[in-house]
Design a protein around this ligand. Structure first.
Ligand SMILES: Nc1nc2c(ncn2[C@@H]2O[C@H](COP(=O)(O)OP(=O)(O)OP(=O)(O)O)[C@@H](O)[C@H]2O)c(=O)[nH]1
Ligand SMILES: [Mg+2]
Length: 699
């Protein structure tokens, strides 16, 4: 493996909507550049960057991968990323360390939801972009329509630097609008192609698009503008230099055309990456934080102290944990002693490497700007900065969005709980979009993720990697019980047959408290009707009983108990007897005080294109939701509503199907509210049916 300096390195993240062909393009690139000796296919399960067994099974990319090739004396580090919505955060994590994005668009469907999302991520990191219209060989692939879709949704700064030769099965290659040459693929799946003059029949069209390109390049460059006005054109050198500048500064986004699986247009795509995408140190400097939390700038140069950002961690069945990092400053050699600044600990690099898909490739040195891999770091996790201990700096980590869907999980075999929790934490080290917590009220373990598929995938990995099997259940709604009326009752526990007797007797009043009032205990016993030392026992009896309410076993909340009278026995009374008396009084009192069920109500915010607004509001109403307002955000409508949690359990997938995956939502707890009585009856009878045979939980 050759060593490259930053100015001869390109770090590009391939992003796009699921299925537009990022992974297939990368396979073709690696093959054409000689990095692999055969062309791998997603369909055959041998694409270089979809190697994980879950990826092969599902034929999609699930997590970000690193690969590289050498082209025209330049090293191109390639990050493959998922385009499927559940895993799209991975694309964001990869773009965080890229210097440019290659945005792949399907020639048939054009710009889709995740194309726009990854475009927005590229915007967030201010990355120059190259657009690849792929799958040009498919039925109904269209140059005109895909261009219209791109320019309409991603803006008019997207301009073709090629036009395709033919479409659908007649797609043969590309016309280069800068060199004004035709590049026709050999058509046998090999990287071979011929360079010819543009055929007479296509010359007019090529000229037309070249002029558009020249105008676009001249438009935002004063010097070129003058030249263009004076002479009516630009020289090729001016055009190339101008284009480079505009692309680097985010003023133009060039478009190229490919068919990945047919290996057409790939060498020209590689040329475009090398020629127009910025090199790995062209940004000059990066901003981080020093040990005091102040902003510092660090020059991206070899002669600066070492610093690198870890953007990805995953476990490899053979090598163990692998960390991918990008070097921002300094050179990494076996002598470098990296220090993890976030965790204040020294790390040791057993060997320096890079990844070619799943293959670990050793290298003796990496320069500032390059991307590398290292195995078996002790403490380092995604988002950490490794640096020279004498020159500490940290770079900002990407914050993953919170999980949006939760499932209760249950071990298939008892006693597996600890193993499961350890395995889940290992998965979470490499997948920052997962969440795991115990719901304190229902005591269920909740596994959360970015969508149902994400959670199911985690469950599959638990089984295959760690040999633990869990059942996925929809999470239980944490209902509660309360009272609406008052009661005045007596609880008496008396057992005086044979041996030592038991005697406890208390009289209580019960009354509701406002929502959130939880529980209050007031002692109004005067004159020793109950001896003072037994009063806490009465309260304890009530506290224990209220944990499992009388209606359906949910905790009872928002009520006050006033203990005002009782009686005792000199010999037979005991703490235990008064505890039981308290518990009896509680159960009796609740029943008299018009008990009811409470359910959690959530604040829900739904964002979707305007055309769905009416249907979505109707749907929220049918979920017993109360729509509270509507807003416009860009081209989307934002609907705010309060909806009972019980109605939202399958909302993620329902919203996806209602909006063709163009809607999203967030949800947080608002308050508890009474469950309408007809629903309460159902819940109560379900709970009672489910509770039979269940063990009583002990303290
Ligand atoms: N006909 C044709 N099929 C293609 C082309 N590129 C990719 N495909 C097929 O399209 C499907 C999706 O390709 P992938 O490379 O997995 O797409 P992706 O963008 O990586 O998908 P995600 O990883 O889910 O984001 C596969 O069946 C490929 O064989 C192409 O240029 N022409
Ligand atoms: Mg892929």
């Amino acid at each position: 493996m050759n060593v490259y300096e930053g100015k001869n390195i390109r770090n590009v993240g391939f992003v796009g909507h699921g299925g537009s062909g990022e992974t297939s393009l990368i396979s073709a690139i690696l093959f054409d550049a000689g990095a692999t000796n055969r062309l791998g296919y997603v369909e055959d399960g041998n694409a270089s960057s979809d190697y994980d067994e879950e990826e092969i099974e599902r034929k999609i990319t699930i997590s970000a991968k690193l690969a590289f090739c050498e082209w025209n004396k330049t090293k191109i580090n390639i990050l493959d990323t998922p385009g499927f919505g559940n895993f799209i955060q991975e694309a964001r994590g990869a773009l965080r360390v890229a210097d440019a994005a290659v945005v792949v668009v399907d020639a048939v469907s054009g710009v889709m939801v995740q194309t726009e999302k990854t475009w927005a991520y590229s915007e967030e990191f201010q990355l120059p972009r190259l657009i690849v219209i792929n799958r040009m060989d498919r039925d109904t692939a269209s140059f005109e329509r895909s261009l219209e879709s791109v320019q309409q949704k991603l803006g008019r700064l997207c301009v073709p630097i090629q036009i395709p030769i033919g479409e659908e099965k007649n797609f043969k290659g590309v016309l280069d609008l800068i060199q004004m040459k035709a590049y026709v693929s050999a058509g046998d799946g090999s990287p071979k192609f011929s360079e010819t003059e543009i055929p007479a029949g296509a010359a007019g069209r090529a000229q037309e698009y070249r002029e558009r390109l020249v105008e676009s390049v001249a438009e935002s460059d004063e010097k070129l503008m003058e030249k263009f006005f004076d002479t009516g054109s630009l020289s090729n050198d001016e055009l190339i230099e101008g284009l480079k500048r505009q692309v680097s500064s985010g003023k133009l986004y060039p478009i190229v055309y490919t068919a990945a699986t047919a290996n057409i247009g790939i060498p020209q795509l590689l040329n475009a990456i090398v020629n127009y995408m910025p090199d790995a140190v062209s940004r000059g400097a990066v901003t981080g934080k020093d040990v005091h939390g102040n902003d510092v700038r660090r020059k991206m140069a070899d002669n600066e102290p070492f610093s690198a950002f870890v953007f990805k961690t995953f476990s490899d069945p053979f090598t163990g944990r692998i960390s991918l990092f990008r070097i921002y400053s300094g050179v990494l050699t076996p002598e470098t002693q990296p220090y993890n600044v976030n965790r204040s600990t020294a790390e040791r690099f057993a060997q320096i490497a890079t990844m070619q898909g799943k293959t670990f490739v050793q290298i003796h040195k990496l320069h500032a700007g390059d991307i590398g891999a290292v195995a078996k770091l002790k403490e380092t996790l995604t988002g950490d900065t490794l640096a020279d201990k004498a020159h500490q700096i940290t770079y900002p980590a990407v914050k993953w969005i919170e999980p949006v869907i939760s499932f209760a999980i249950e071990p298939k075999s008892r006693g597996d709980e600890d193993k499961i929790s350890q395995a889940i934490h290992k998965l979470m080290d490499e997948d920052l979009g997962l969440g795991y917590a115990r719901e304190p009220q229902t005591k269920e373990f909740l596994l959360s993720g970015q969508g149902q598929m994400h959670v199911e995938l985690a469950v599959a990995r638990l089984r295959k990697r760690y040999g633990v099997d869990v059942l996925l259940k929809p999470p239980k709604v944490p209902y509660r019980e309360t009272i609406k009326g008052k009661a005045d009752v007596q609880g008496k526990h008396k057992k005086q047959s044979g041996g030592h007797g038991q005697y406890g007797d208390c009289k209580i009043r019960m009354e509701p408290l406002p929502r959130g009032g939880d529980f209050e205990f007031v002692n109004e016993v005067f004159g020793g009707a109950i001896p003072r030392n037994y009063i806490p026992a009465v309260e304890k009896g009530i506290l224990e009983s209220r944990r499992k309410g009388v209606l359906a076993g949910f905790p009872t909340v928002d009520f006050r108990v006033i203990l005002y009278d009782g009686s005792y026995h000199d010999v037979d009374s005991s703490e235990m007897a008064f505890k039981i008396a308290g518990s009896l009084a509680f159960k009796k009192g609740i029943k008299e005080a018009r008990p009811c069920l409470l359910e959690p109500v959530m604040n829900v915010e739904v964002v979707a294109p305007e055309e769905f607004a009416g249907d979505l509001m109707g749907d929220l109403n049918s979920r017993r939701g109360r729509v509270q307002g509507m807003d416009i955000r860009g081209r989307s409508t934002v609907i705010k509503a309060q909806v009972p949690l019980a109605e939202m359990l399958s909302y993620a997938s329902d919203l996806t199907s209602q909006t063709g995956a163009r809607g999203s939502y967030t949800m947080e707890f608002s308050h508890y509210d009474e469950v309408p009585s007809h629903l309460a009856e159902k819940i109560i009878s379900n709970e009672k049916a489910g509770a039979t045979g269940e063990e009583e939980e002990e303290e």
